[in-house]
Design a protein around this ligand. Structure first.
Ligand code: NAI
Length: 335
């Protein structure tokens, strides 16, 4: 059976995500960690749900973090501050970089073999931070580190289904979203959608739909009016991604999903992607990833894209590179 850990479990994402993980019958142990004591109440509340997972809450007291992480198979990290109107994900770096760094140190020393799923923003920089910390501790396994970009995929499915005019197909719609997880680095490949868009769709419609997927998070931030960003849809997306990882750990084959991964996680697959991108400069990229019991099994090619999407890829590369370098430098800069 599987032990799952949520770091930041008392938050807007953490609570519904923990609820969804508690309903996953493949999880036998669910440890919830947060710096605020309400996490104990969240754990007791969830523990009354009649599913197999044994739930326990932890704070920093009495080495709670170490206890929560001990024996973990999969660790999901939604710890950190969310956006307010007018903020970009990069604006969160100042606070969240340190939070993620400290949690990564704890994972490196306590649960270095676990799968790590990073939700905390800016994902384009926080994932490199975790990688650098793991490298420093000589425990970095690129196959097991994932930036969770699933919300972009979920949004793409929903918005395409809306365009088709039939929300009932939304769970079946598959649109690969590659690149990264912020603004222009989010690259939905609508030309590869599993479901065709209406025949009368114009290039302007495609551009508008692309923009809506890239900036869908802003719709939520605006509607929540200063009280936070996407939490419920993110919890859904995070639980969906975690479930895929757990099914892969359990031996299911052929699971494919986009995720922001280190390009050494599958060197030969990454070579093809780098060639398609026309650059060797990116250390991380959100690719279509085939999962296996040990994590990233294969990085799949980007495949054929439209000329519009080619333009999106070109526009994303410099920003993505800067975001990645910012995360790396945060860990490695001389103190
Ligand atoms: P929130 O503020 O509601 O919850 C964050 C939780 O983290 C709080 O309970 C807080 O006590 C906890 N926390 C803070 N420092 C911690 C530490 N050192 N260790 C453990 N827990 C700690 O925020 P929300 O809305 O849950 O968002 C969390 C993060 O997820 C934000 O960075 C947000 O930008 C990001 N996010 C990512 C998305 C994605 O697609 N990857 C989508 C939406 C949000």
């Amino acid at each position: 059976m599987v032990k799952a850990v949520v770091l930041g479990a008392a938050g807007g994402i953490g609570q519904p995500l923990s609820l969804l993980l508690k309903t996953n019958p493949l999880i036998s142990e669910l440890s919830l960690f947060d710096i605020v004591p309400v996490v104990f109440g969240v754990a007791v509340d969830l523990s009354h749900i009649a599913t197999p997972a044994k739930v326990e809450g932890f704070t920093k007291d009495n080495d709670g973090l170490g206890k929560a992480l001990k024996g973990a198979d999969i660790i999901v990290i939604p710890a950190g501050v969310p956006r307010k109107p007018g903020m970009t994900r990069d604006d969160l770096f100042k606070i969240n970089a340190g939070i993620v760094r400290d949690l990564a140190v704890a994972i490196a020393t306590t649960a270095p073999k676990a799968f790590v799923l990073v939700i905390s923003n800016p994902v384009n920089s926080t994932v490199p931070i975790v990688a650098e910390i793991f490298k420093q501790h000589e425990v970095f396994d690129p196959k097991k580190l994932f930036g969770v970009t699933t919300l972009d995929v979920v949004r793409a499915s929903t918005f395409v289904a809306e365009k088709i005019g039939d929300l009932s197909v939304s769970t079946a719609v598959r649109v690969p979203v590659i690149g990264g997880h912020s603004g222009v680095t989010i690259i939905p490949l609508l030309s590869q959608s599993s479901h065709s868009l209406p025949a009368n769709i114009t290039q302007d419609d495609i551009a508008a739909l692309t923009n809506r997927i890239q900036f869908g998070g802003d719709e939520v931030v605006k509607a929540k009016d200063g009280t936070g960003s996407a939490t419920l849809s993110m919890a859904y997306a995070g639980a969906e991604f975690a479930e895929k990882i757990i099914r892969a750990i359990k031996g299911e084959v052929g699971l494919v999903t986009p995720s922001f991964v280190h390009l050494t996680s599958d060197k030969s697959g990454a070579e093809v992607v780098k060639e398609e991108l026309g650059t060797n400069e990116l250390e991380f990229f959100s690719c279509k990833v085939q999962l296996g019991a040990t994590g990233v099994e294969k990085i799949l090619p980007i495949g054929e894209v439209s000329s519009f999407e080619e333009g999106l890829i070109k526009a994303a590369i410099p920003e993505l590179k800067g975001n990645i370098e910012k995360g790396t430098a945060f860990v490695n800069a001389p103190k």
